[in-house]
Design a protein around this ligand. Sequence first.
Ligand code: HSE
Length: 297
Amino acid sequence: NEVKVFCPATIANLSCGFDVLGLCLDNVGDEMIVRKSAEKGVRITKIEGANLPLETEKNVAGVALLAMLEETNAGFGFEIEIYKHIKAGSGIGSSAASSAGAVFGANELLGRPFSRKELVKFAMQGEKLASGNAHADNVAPALLGGFTLVRSSNPLDIIKIDSPNELYATVIHPQIELKTSDARSVLKQTVSLKSAITQWGNVGGLVAGLYTQDYDLIGRSLHDEIVEPLRSVLIPGFDLIKQSAYENGALGSGISGSGPSIFALSRGKETAEKIAKGMCAVYDEINLPYEIHVCKV
Ligand code: HSE
């Protein structure tokens, strides 16, 4: 009558793929218990580790699950307990983890009426509440695992992308909060044709590199000249962290989601750990507290 769900953190965008690419960090995440209840509807009964609203309509997990219940005939209701480990405004998909976890758990209790891909559109409603925009680039990898591409969000068309087996991610989270809505408000609404050409060349290159296990191509493609220049100024020490990642062997490095976390991708665990050490040294130097994660992707 209840399921315990691991709700993974995610890195959205991956430099060139703003709002379309993402990957799952399967050793970083929240826990959630989703339980059947006799009373219909959705109740958030407990939240530990974060100061978030318990009211169903104000909580991303509640809103995502309500969206799902509109399309199903559940003869019972749901209670949700949330144990947050991913900090809000960290850039590694905190709201997505909760939205995805709630619909995943409830779907299990309902006997899986929806596929994982179908769950994405419900979880997106949680993202809409959190940031004002229903992007799927965090909820898709949280639900499907690995790398995902949101080819289209209306109608929804999500592709799970294979990735090479020696690929690692290093993510550092400076302990400041950056709201996705604020990080979106600094963006321009138009891009030049020249930048667009560069960007879609890189998106194609990154996807091709992942499929063909071409680490150099992955590295050459991890660039973003549209969003990163506008957002990186909001992140302390961004240029130094990125520089240190490259010096320690990163294939590429950029803002994780809407920041302030910064990620680097690399080949092999040793390199990923070396990059982590280098990143930590940069923030140690300026006395900025951080969290660091190394993860196989
Ligand atoms: N694609 C989104 C953004 C991810 O960068 O605003 C943040 O949740």
